[in-house]
Design a protein around this ligand. Sequence first.
Ligand code: ATP
Length: 441
Amino acid sequence: MQQNKEQDKMEKIVSLCKRRGFIFQSSEIYGGLASTWDYGSLGAELKRNLKNAWWASNVYQRDDIEGLDASILMRPETWMASGHVTNFEDALVDCKSCKKRFKVEHVTGKKCPECGGELTDARQFNLMLKTHLGPVEDTSSLTYLRPETAQGIFVNFQNVLTSMRRKLPFGIAQIGKSFRNEVTTGNLTFRSREFEQMEIEFFVKPGTDEEWYEKWVSERFEWYIELGINRENLRKRTHGKTELAHYAKACTDIEYKFPFGWSELEGIANRTDFDLKQHMRLSGKDLQYFDDESKDKYVPYVIEPSGGVDRSILAFLTDSYREEEVKGEKRVSLAIHKRLAPIKVAVLPLLRNRPDIVELAGKITEDLQKCSALGGKVMYDDTASIGRLYRRQDEIGTPYCITVDVDSLSDKKVTIRDRDSMKQDRVSVDKVREYLEEKFN
Ligand code: ATP
């Protein structure tokens, strides 16, 4: 029963995403490309707002983190050093009848879970996507689309350290695309082949790493809650020794209670000095840090909070989805944080056939579109009756709707409606900007 309800919720989110232009299947007109997704107009706004919120809290509101934007393509030695060429593998089995491929850990017994056919023996399958650079397709031109953004940070450690005159502890933050040839798919964007990561590599003196690890676990956990995720839908899960990645000394996942079960949103790992040491070995470059005060030279330890943009978006959408009954009618709304909402304010004229009302609504829209304090898009809509316009805005999470009516022409006031409480305030036209700036502050 509960499971059906959860499945139902997931279907509603998927349908909302498609219908209202948050997320579309990639190459849909050709039948779709599995596990790749396009963000529509509202999805693109939401994604931008989410990345800005992450960047602001990590790069702007702290003194110890620098930003970086490294390229997706890197020298193949990078992936030998990081261990991805040899270790980034899943054990897979193929069905001899229906040809479907499964992760060994997802199959029980020797039969295909879909058609009951016979399965092949398990084979290791590397998750990195390969490509060739330049005019000749041979092994010397082989490289990979990065499976994580982290390595672009490690190879630039010395560049950022010297150019920004940094001292330890400090971190480097980056948001960007990563690629993995995933075989398990489904659940919308949760496991995509092309996705975005928000990663920090925080470099610290060995010996202080455990303390920094704990700090980052709680810092990152609270970030999701500050942006509106319900605390009871979020948990920390510490990896057991056998589950740890080859580079990690400790790892905690932040998991969200998705309709399909508790699943990872972000991992915080103590990567030790593994990556920098490996890059020193393969590149022959000295990546040690010279400590001015103690006159010590050492390879820093690294704490890595690594989150997914797409998984976060899915969590924020799921968590804010509401259905309720209002005056005998079903109301669907997204009670999403104002900072994340794709449309900040919608201006709605009550009567679209009254030029004076339309003109005033247009003026208010233009003025608010120039107001950077709102932090995003302001739209005008007169394509339906007011009831329907409210419903449309509620469903996409617009925090405020402004209605211009006949009285507005004489009393120079408009109605501002709050999405969550549905409370309406009558505000003077010349005070609208101030009113909203305060709400978005
Ligand atoms: P999982 O165990 O779910 O495959 P992972 O442990 O391999 O994830 P990491 O390598 O720790 O993931 O990557 C850090 C973050 O990047 C994840 O917490 C997730 O948010 C995001 N991420 C990783 N793989 C994908 C993917 N295929 N699609 C969308 N996001 C992903």
